[in-house]
Design a protein around this ligand. Sequence first.
Ligand code: TXA
Ligand code: MG
Length: 320
Amino acid sequence: MDQETEMLAPDAAGYARAAALLAQGELVAFPTETVYGLGGDARNDHAVASIFAAKGRPHFNPLIVHLPSLDEAEKIAVFDTQARELAARFWPGPLTLVLPLRPEAGISHLVSAGLETVAIRLPAHPVARALLAAFGGPVAAPSANPSGKISPTSAAHVAEGLSGRIAAVLDGGACGVGLESTILSLAPTLLLRPGGLPAEEIEAVLGHSLETGGNAAKPNAPGQLTSHYAPGASVRLEAMAPAPDEVWIGFGPDSAGSDLNLSESGDLVEAAANLFAHLRRADRIATERGATGIAVAPIPERELGRAINDRLRRAAAPRG
Ligand code: TXA
Ligand code: MG
């Protein structure tokens, strides 16, 4: 613990304090509609390096730049017609676009990991938007969790993992979407990470189906640590029933008797919003009971189910 982490309320004083801390190169965690982000000034090399240090991230994989408006985004990346069309349709919202970087924008090379592209998004959460407006600059932000741990969907989750390592947390309650943003690269068009915006919605705008890129074998692609999102207990997928030493996370009405249910009615949007909090809760129940594993019911591979299954497969991957 080298610093006291301030808890800031989402009011004028809280935004002013958070913006002042960012301007000083300090780190501030803030809510977005997907998960909480760990924000730092994207133009400040030292601030960006501190993000990696606070998370204990072993690699300098590139970060997403968060902006308040399309005008600001166009100062940092080059938009073609298709990028503008997607931005008009889905921003603000849980979509990240990977676009050519404008070198003169002054974004730290650590943010783009030396690539000629940059990942950007306009978050929809009102607290994120108020913070970005108050700060008035680009904010680099990965999910606000220690590297390899479950992404935070509440200020309490952030504090659990990063208290004492960052300047402040802006408390904006629980995140509505609960899964990180969908990442789309546009040259060529490739779905780099399934996320909070269902790929089907992007395909409807593009008029063709999306190819998927990025996997554990390609470390320059997003979120590639296979043992990402890992709870302490081991995770078994597609479980129709739990073993005696397992905590069972169910899905839908067929999971009667489960310890937790991602959505009793089988709603994928509700399941996404509950996913990370339920994994944390299941981990705690496992510890209390001396159980060794978490069993998760099958989730359909469509819409947000694709992103949920992606995160679950990472949680279940052998630990390295
Ligand atoms: O919902 C979200 O996206 C959250 C909130 C805080 O906005 N952020 C988030 O950031 O999930 P992070 O750092 O956990 O994931 C960002 C991913 C990384 O896996 C990285 O590889 C990819 O974005 N990425 C960033 N820049 C890229 C680039 N130029 N080309 C390809 N992938 C890139
Ligand atoms: Mg992350």
